[in-house]
Write a protein that binds this ligand. Structure first.
Ligand code: UDX
Length: 436
């Protein structure tokens, strides 16, 4: 099938590349000339595992192309995916100006039937708005479909190629059939393509992300309470998660959720509630608890090293908001760094992928280390912000030798309490007893 993807951000690029992988002829449109030139030369603009291999393969096969011209995109594809940014407005709502701006141009430029697909995470009622804007200018027939993505960063290619479900919000039989044909190769395992109305599809995305953010936040509160009463959240987590109604996943406490989706989507659903005279009290609590949780390690650092950290050098392992990504949007590490700097600490950080992004944001406010062991050399303590695999089984002897004192503040509960006791570390984690 001939597909056009407008917007080559994270979602657009993964969508375009994976659709090309199943034999579709994909043209990606982006206004950023530099980026398009780089992609035409085979350069992948983001870090995402496996994307580079698929990207190269499909460009070489002539199934994946790039342009800056929307008009060319509209001549090319019968299905037009909109994978455009929906940044957070000052009041927390999603800014639809990119989506509606492109919709207007599509209306003006379209010369034959198109299915216009909202792939971006958009508030309930957006398909209706896009339809109205396109219809204002269109001279030919078209349909608007809502098709939210459920891609996790770091697993996006896998999630796209083997989705647990595809959600399609459509009220047109013709558009539904085209979308089903497009997605059939991805659900051969029997996973469902769920067809519903546009508004329900739009809400499904927000509800799913907000539910997961709530699940994590609930566990973070349980963890905080465990510390008050002397319980161990790891035990509680396993005890709870083995109930199949609860499930084992997304129960890991830590220093809060971050990234480009959860924080923005929870706020947007909360705001959308307000706009429709509904007060999502639970989301209010989730937002507040998560904001606080990002700096949950700070009172522990202060209690052990003192309020004034001038003269102290602290190592930080992990800057990305989660492993397997270079994304630092809403990363808890940034909030922790901010707090530590304001108390006068000197910081040395290491992250396998995200250091360039942090350097662009923070410049020389902190030092960037060449390796995880280089980061801890001559430091007073280690703080762990991201659970990259390489941090899971470090050489503890090397840690003891390099750190001035063997102190670890672990925001991701990477190590066994018993092991830390045996290895002679002073160890603080989340929702478990301190090893002193
Ligand atoms: C999420 C959704 O999973 C995905 O379906 C949606 O399309 C986009 O948002 P992503 O932001 O890439 O994906 O990351 P995810 O792996 O879901 O983690 C989100 C955040 O929750 C991270 O900050 C992570 O550290 C945190 N988290 C996750 C926890 O704190 N505990 C957990 O148990 C799981």
């Amino acid at each position: 099938m001939k597909i056009t993807v407008v917007g080559t951000g994270y979602v657009g690029l993964v969508t375009g590349t994976c659709l090309a992988e199943t034999g579709n002829d994909v043209l990606c449109v982006d206004i950023d000339k530099n980026k398009v030139a780089k992609m035409q030369n085979g350069e992948v603009p983001i870090y995402e595992p496996h994307l580079d291999i698929l990207f190269e393969r499909n460009i070489n096969a002539g199934r994946l192309k790039f342009t800056t011209e929307l008009e060319e995109g509209l001549t090319h594809g019968q299905i037009i995916f909109l994978a455009l940014p929906t940044p957070e407005d000052e009041d927390g709502s999603a800014d639809l100006s990119y989506v509606l701006g492109v919709a207007e141009n599509i209306g003006k430029l379209m010369t034959d039937y198109k299915v216009i697909v909202d792939k971006s995470t958009v508030p309930v009622g957006t398909a209706e708005k896009v339809t109205a804007v396109v219809a204002k200018h269109a001279t030919v027939d078209f349909d608007v479909v809502s098709n939210p993505e459920f891609l996790r960063e770091g697993f996006a290619v896998d999630d796209f190629l083997k989705p647990e479900r595809i959600v399609i919000g459509s009220s047109s039989e013709k558009a539904t059939q085209l979308m089903e044909r497009l997605y059939k190769p991805f659900v051969r395992s029997g996973n469902p393509i769920i067809i519903m109305d546009e508004k329900s599809a739009e809400l499904t995305k927000y509800a799913a992300n907000s539910f997961l953010a709530t699940k994590i936040t609930f566990m973070n509160e349980i963890a905080n309470f465990c510390e008050k009463v002397g319980a161990d959240v790891d035990k509680v987590r396993i005890g709870m998660g083995t109930d199949s109604r609860i499930g084992k996943r997304f129960l890991f406490p830590g220093i809060g959720y971050g990234g480009s989706c959860f924080p923005k989507d929870v706020k947007a659903l909360h705001k959308s509630g307000k706009d429709n005279l509904y007060n999502f009290q639970i989301l209010d609590a989730v937002i507040n608890v998560n904001n606080k949780q990002k700096t949950a390690l700070i009172p522990k650092v202060v209690s052990h090293l003192g309020e004034d950290l001038s003269g102290k050098t602290i190592a930080i392992w992990g800057l990305a908001f989660k492993p397997e990504t270079d994304d630092i949007r809403e990363a808890p590490s940034l909030y922790i760094i901010d707090e530590l700097l304001s108390r006068g600490a000197t910081l040395k950080a290491f992250d396998p992928e995200a250091m360039d992004n942090v350097q662009r944001k923070l410049g020389d406010k902190i030092t960037y280390a060449d390796s995880m062991y280089d980061a801890i050399e001559n430091t007073d303590a280690l703080i762990i912000c991201t659970e990259w695999s390489i941090f899971r089984t470090p050489n503890f002897q090397k840690l003891r030798e390099n750190l001035k004192a063997p102190i670890i503040f672990d925001g991701r509960n990477l190590y066994d309490i018993a092991e830390m006791e045996k290895e002679g570390f002073t160890y603080f984690s989340i929702g478990r007893k301190n090893v002193l």
